[in-house]
Design a protein around this ligand. Structure first.
Ligand code: FAD
Length: 404
């Protein structure tokens, strides 16, 4: 090994889940490493150009996510454009006009996140790929990483897998559920039309313009016809082919626009995503798996609430077991927590990644304090901490005012 270092907590992946986990751990005084293979914080939300912070309310005026998930929502527009609907600016208890969500500039969010993480004393390792999980006597004990310094090992009492793909748990030998993906590419573009609108309305936000393949904007006909989507984000070759396909569809789009009379200098791509935009790759098979039909169900070991971004009024409880893979010493959060099908559609959103990330950070801290591992931690201890932080985890705990 070219280098080794010891921490209390290692957070693998600096997406929204990893950032929240690292903030929670570092703010409580733990020596915390945040290891990220790209050069940016934010994961899909920034490198992936996914610029919609989905709602942290149920659509009927009840806020469901608090803590770091809410803090990051507000941070997302601190350095650039974006704003929450007026009814959510002053009070969380007013009548709903719009859902508590925000659109933001990924680049502006990166600048703000760097500052927040640095101020919290998180030891950030950018441009560092996690290659292996170190498992000793059946327990996850560290990771092997590769960066410009060569190969190194980082060790910690608790590892938090926030890689979105469950890379750390996968390399520790945990089992998974997987899904395939449709052809997707969200790209930022410069558009003279939008620039004119921005000037006319005196609204700089209009300058942020996107072309989206694999969304309502441009669905790929072969994907729609296919019974299953073609792309697997867990197969190394498939990842390259997915990226090449998306970019070839984008090239065709601009060729079509030229044919329609749009000049090269008036409409063109400016930023492409710096990571593959897979919605679903690996979800760990945890102690409990959230599934379709469980919306609104009460779980005694619930640690989070998740509002369905597609449907007002539909809120899910997320059990602690969804964060617990089969190998001790590990806890997961975000896109790779244990949920499948329709439940995955809900749990993989930005606010839920942030919320479960914070819970993973809490679990890491409590496990270290009690000299145990997250899987052995009494969930009542985690819930007590959530109550202390005023983060509700049962539907019944939400205030009933304003419910229509
Ligand atoms: C096309 C698309 C549209 C979406 N639309 C929305 C939307 O509108 N609103 C919304 O809220 N959500 C949306 N989502 C979902 C949401 O963006 C993500 O699910 C969420 O951001 C996931 O956060 P995460 O932290 O769990 O994982 P990720 O964002 O995937 O972050 C994981 C991080 O880990 C790093 N990493 C992975 N493997 C390694 C490794 N081996 N070594 C080191 N680092 C590693 C990655 O580089 C990344 O930074 C969308 C997703 C996609 C793909």
């Amino acid at each position: 090994m070219n280098f080794t270092k010891n921490y209390d907590v290692i957070v693998a992946g600096a997406g929204m889940a990893g950032i929240a986990a690292a903030l929670e751990a570092a703010r409580s005084g733990l020596r915390t490493a945040l290891v990220e293979k790209t050069v940016f914080p934010g994961g899909l939300a920034t490198s992936g150009l996914v610029y919609f912070y989905l709602p942290i309310c149920d659509g009927y005026g009840r806020q469901v996510n608090f803590g770091i998930a809410e803090e990051l929502l507000h941070l997302s527009y601190q350095c650039g454009p974006g704003e929450v609907p007026a009814n959510w600016r002053q009070s969380t208890r007013e009548k709903p006009l719009g859902r508590y969500r925000v659109d933001f500039s990924p680049a502006a969010f990166i600048l703000a996140l760097d500052q927040l993480l640095t101020e919290a004393n998180v030891d950030i390792w950018y441009d560092t790929l996690i290659c292996q999980t170190i498992v000793e006597t059946g327990c996850a004990a560290g990771i092997e990483v590769e960066n410009k310094s060569g190969r190194g090992s980082l060790r910690a009492s608790v590892l938090i897998d926030a890689t979105g793909d469950g890379d750390v748990a996968f390399r520790a030998g945990c089992s998974f559920d997987e899904e395939t993906n449709k052809t997707t590419l969200w790209a930022m573009q410069a558009s003279l039309e939008r620039a004119r609108e921005a000037v006319e309305r005196s609204e700089g936000t209009r300058l942020m313009s996107f072309h989206q393949i694999g969304s309502e904007g441009e669905e790929i006909r072969s994907d729609i016809k296919a019974k299953t989507y073609p792309w697997k984000g867990t197969d190394g070759r498939s990842v390259s082919h997915f990226l090449l396909k998306g970019r070839s569809v984008l090239r065709e789009h601009y060729e079509k626009m030229r044919a329609k009379g749009y000049r090269r200098q008036d409409l063109f791509p400016v930023t492409l995503p710096a990571m593959a935009q897979f919605r679903t790759t690996r979800a760990i098979r945890g102690r409990f798996t959230l599934q379709a039909g469980m919306a609104g169900q009460r779980f005694e070991d619930s640690i989070a609430l998740a509002a369905d971004w597609r449907k007002r009024g539909s809120v899910w409880e997320i059990p602690y077991g969804c964060l617990i893979p089969s190998v001790p010493g590990l806890v997961t959060a975000g896109r790779c927590l244990s949920s499948v099908g329709d439940a995955w559609e809900v749990t993989r959103s930005i606010p839920i990644a942030a919320h479960t990330g914070q819970v993973a950070g809490i679990a890491a801290r409590l496990a270290i304090a009690r000299k145990t591992t997250p899987d052995m931690l009494p969930v009542a201890d985690v819930q007590a901490e959530l109550r202390r932080k005023q983060m509700p985890y049962h539907l019944a705990d939400l205030t009933q005012e304003d419910v229509k």
